[in-house]
Design a protein around this ligand. Structure first.
Ligand code: FE2
Length: 446
C-alpha cells in the first residue's frame, strides 16, 4: 500500500503543513463572556510524509487551540508538540525533562491540572505546554514514571487529585498513580495482570478504581502498532478500593469487546456503574493492524453494572447507535451522572462521517440529537459548566466541527441544556483542523 492510499492520511485525516497564529477570529452568534480561557484539542499530524506503513495512533502530535476572552475569539494556534524527534526535525534544541522510557509521543490528550497544561500519549512522559501552546518541558510530577502515563487521567472534582495509570509491555504490566492537587506524584501502585494489554483508559469512582483488562494484547510481531485482538484472552474489569492496593483488586469477567473510553463510573449502593461505548472487536483485521481502527462494527453504548457481592457484571445495551468520545460534565465525574454526551460515528474508517452529536438523559432513558447539517462533522466535544450553573447540563459543549464544503473547521459552542438549538457561537477558523483525539477547556486562572 502506498502512503497516499492510507485513509488516515487523506481527507480531513490528512495533516496540515505548518503552524498558524491568527487573531480576532470571525464569530457567528455570541461567545459567552463568561468563557475565559482556551479550548485545546490534540491529534496526529505527521510532520513530513510517513515513510513506510503509517498507523493513525502513531502520528506526530499537533495541538489546536482557540482562546476565548471578553466575548471574543482572540486567537487560533496550532503547534506540534516538541518531542525530541520533532524538535530535531524543526531545527530546535530539545526541551528538558525526564527521559521517555521507550516511546516519545504526544498526540492523544491535552489536560489542565495544577496550573499546568499537559500533552499526553500513553506510555510516554507528559509534555508541559504554555498557555500559547509552546512546548516547555517534559514532566514526571517529581517521578518516577517508569512506563510513562496514560493519556486519560481522571481529575477528582472534589479533591483536585489526578488519578492515572500506565500500562507497559513488561512487568509490572500496569501501574496506578496519583498526582496530588499541587501536581506532585504521591502514589505508585503496581497492578498484577496476566499479560500486557492495550489499556487505553480506566474509570474512577468516589471509592474505587476500575481497570480494563480487555482482549487487545501486546504482540511485537505486529507492526507498526504492536497490538492485536486475541480471542484467547479473557476480558475482565478489576475493581480496587482507592485506599487499597494490588492485593485488593477484585476481577470480574465481561463480554468479549473492546472499550477505549468509559463515559463515567459511579457507586450505586454496593454496585459500580460504568457506561461504555463497546467495540465488538478491535485490531482484528489485517488493515486495522497497519493503519488504525477501520472495522469491527460500530461501538454501541452499554451500561456495565458491577455487582461485587454477586461476583458478576450485568451488561445492558443503552443505545445501539455508533458512538464514541463520550464525555460528561466533569464536575460530576466519579459520581452519578444524569447526562452523557458522545459523537456519532460509523463502523468504518470514515468514522466522523456523521453530522450528529448525542446527549443521553439516563434518568429519562432518552437521547437528544444535535444535527450539524449535511457535510458538517463533529468529533469529541467538551462540557464547560456555566458560571452560575444550577443543573448538571447547565453549560456549554464545545468542539471542532469540520465543514466538508469549505474544507475548513469551526469551533462550535452549543448550549448543553437547549441541545437541539442552533449553536450559541460558531468561531470560523482559518483552516481545517484534522480529525484527532481528545481535548479540554483550560480556563484562565484568576
Ligand atoms: Fe482516547
Amino acid at each position: 500500500m502506498t502512503v497516499t492510499e492510507n485513509p488516515f492520511l487523506t481527507g480531513n485525516y490528512g495533516p496540515v503543513p505548518d503552524e498558524l497564529t491568527v487573531t480576532d477570529l470571525e464569530v457567528e452568534g455570541r461567545v459567552p463572556a463568561e468563557l475565559r480561557g482556551r479550548y485545546l484539542r490534540i491529534g496526529p499530524n505527521p510532520y513530513s510524509p510517513p515513510q513506510g506503513p503509517y498507523h493513525w495512533f502513531l502520528g506526530d502530535g499537533m495541538v489546536h487551540g482557540v482562546e476565548l476572552r471578553d466575548g471574543r475569539a482572540t486567537w487560533y494556534r496550532n503547534r506540534w508538540v516538541r518531542t525530541d524527534e520533532i524538535a530535531r526535525r524543526m531545527g530546535e534544541p530539545p526541551v528538558e525533562g525526564p527521559r521517555p522510557p521507550l516511546y516519545d509521543s504526544s498526540n492523544t490528550n491535552v489536560v489542565g491540572h495544577a496550573g499546568r497544561i499537559l500533552a499526553l500519549t500513553e506510555g510516554s512522559i507528559p509534555y508541559e505546554l504554555s498557555p500559547t501552546l509552546e512546548t516547555l518541558r517534559r514532566t514526571d510530577f517529581g517521578g518516577p514514571l517508569p512506563g510513562g502515563l496514560t493519556a486519560h487521567p481522571k481529575i477528582d472534582p472534589v479533591t483536585g487529585e489526578l488519578h492515572a495509570f500506565t500500562y507497559w509491555f513488561a512487568e509490572p504490566y500496569c501501574i496506578y498513580h496519583v498526582v496530588d492537587a499541587a501536581g506532585r506524584l504521591v502514589r505508585t501502585e503496581p497492578i498484577t495482570l496476566p499479560r500486557a494489554v492495550m489499556m487505553h483508559d480506566f474509570a474512577v469512582t468516589r471509592e474505587h478504581v476500575v481497570f480494563f483488562d480487555l482482549p487487545v494484547v501486546f504482540d511485537l510481531n505486529v507492526q507498526p502498532f504492536p497490538f492485536r485482538w486475541d480471542t484467547e484472552h479473557t476480558p475482565r474489569v478489576g475493581v480496587m478500593p482507592r485506599t487499597g492496593g494490588d492485593a485488593d483488586v477484585e476481577w470480574f469477567e465481561v463480554d468479549r469487546c473492546y472499550v477505549y473510553h468509559p463515559m463515567n463510573a459511579y457507586e450505586d449502593g454496593d454496585r459500580i456503574v460504568v457506561d461504555v461505548p463497546r467495540h465488538p472487536t478491535m485490531f482484528e483485521s489485517a488493515a486495522e493492524l497497519v493503519e488504525g481502527p477501520t472495522s469491527g462494527g460500530p461501538p454501541s453504548l452499554h451500561r456495565w453494572t458491577i455487582d461485587r457481592a454477586a461476583g458478576k457484571v450485568t451488561d445492558e445495551l443503552v443505545d445501539d447507535r455508533g458512538q464514541e468520545f463520550p464525555r460528561v460534565n466533569e464536575s460530576v465525574l466519579m459520581s452519578r451522572h444524569r447526562y452523557g454526551y458522545a459523537a456519532r460515528i460509523s463502523n468504518n474508517v470514515d468514522a466522523f462521517d456523521s453530522a450528529e452529536y448525542l446527549k443521553h438523559d439516563f434518568d429519562r432513558g432518552t437521547t437528544e440529537v444535535h444535527d450539524f447539517g449535511a457535510g458538517h462533522h463533529p468529533s469529541e466535544m467538551v462540557f464547560v459548566p456555566a458560571a452560575d450553573a444550577t443543573g448538571e447540563d447547565d453549560g456549554y459543549l464545545m468542539g471542532y466541527v469540520y465543514d466538508a464544503a469549505s474544507d475548513r473547521s469551526d469551533l462550535v459552542i452549543l448550549d448543553a441544556h437547549d441541545f437541539g438549538a442552533p449553536p450559541v457561537a460558531t468561531v470560523h477558523l482559518p483552516r481545517r483542523v484534522p480529525y484527532g483525539f481528545h481535548g479540554n477547556w483550560v480556563p484562565d486562572r484568576d
